[in-house]
Design a protein around this ligand. Structure first.
Ligand code: SAH
Length: 250
């Protein structure tokens, strides 16, 4: 097996937030595999580079396709948005590896880290992830809504800052409202809630609310929602979570 497969993330949007290691992997690739809009973020790196754009819902097929190309000797880069390991293609590649041709395990496979949406969104508003935090995807395509509710409850009880990926889509308009409903019973109404759309891109937009007033319809597929811990607070126009449990003293 002489081909290679690198899984990369484009970062949240701005070209400067794509790492140099990811740019180098893209420049070496003979083939790029990914969801069309993510491939569109990748500038043409070399002549004769094949682009295999596909629909977002067939991640495992896309991963198998990438492994098949690599096994045939191509230098393949699989492109995700943000970081490739956060709710993205890196896991799909290893899932395909686990269930696919055992010979694929001899391939040169690597993952490059990228700037995930949660980090770009936090930086837009200050430092809301400054204490302990967790990330939950609200998509129930791959897990049950019951599992999502159990994790949200546990996160609220443990007083984590909660970053919500995939808060809403056209096919799932109601889940963020249900999540807010559940959390309203467990956390203070004054808890800061941040809606950050297109974080880390030139058209980033922030809506700041509280858990009591948060309107779920503000979120779409390009929005990351951050729900504060009990210590998350506002200072000037920034929102931050102190690193420790002590109260800030003036
Ligand atoms: N691998 C990606 C996440 C894929 S899940 C990453 O690491 O960022 C897709 C979800 O990520 C979207 O529904 C949205 O909640 C979030 N997301 C991706 N890019 C975003 C951006 N620029 N701003 C805000 N949220 C974003």
């Amino acid at each position: 097996m002489t081909g290679s497969l690198v899984v990369v993330g484009t970062g949240p949007g701005k070209a400067e937030l794509m790492t140099p290691a990811t740019q180098a992997a893209l420049a070496r690739a003979t083939d790029l595999v990914g969801y069309g809009p993510y491939l569109d973020r990748v500038p043409a790196a070399r002549a004769n580079q094949c682009r295999h754009a596909s629909d977002n819902r067939v991640e495992l097929d896309r991963a198998r396709h990438a492994l098949t190309l690599a096994a045939s000797g191509r230098d393949v880069v699989v492109v995700s948005g943000g970081d490739p390991g956060v709710f993205a293609m890196a896991s799909a590649v290893f899932e395909a590896l686990e269930t696919g041709d055992p010979a694929w395990r001899a391939l040169d496979i690597r993952v490059e880290p990228g700037v995930t949406a949660m980090l770009a969104a936090a930086a837009e508003v200050g430092a809301p992830l400054g204490g302990d935090f967790c990330a939950v995807s609200l998509s129930d395509n791959l897990k049950s809504w019951g599992t999502i509710e159990r994790r949200l409850k546990a996160a609220a009880e443990a007083d984590f800052v909660i970053a919500l990926y995939n808060p809403a889509s056209k096919a799932r308009p109601h889940q963020l409202g249900q999540a807010f409903g559940l959390l309203r019973g467990l956390k203070a109404g004054a808890t800061p809630v941040l809606f950050v759309r297109a974080a880390g891109s030139t058209d980033a937009k922030v809506v700041t609310a509280t858990l009591a007033t948060a309107d779920a319809s503000v979120a779409d597929m390009r929005t990351l929602v951050i729900i504060g811990a009990s210590t998350t607070r506002q200072v000037g126009r920034w929102i931050y979570t102190p690193r420790g449990e002590r109260e800030a003293t003036s």
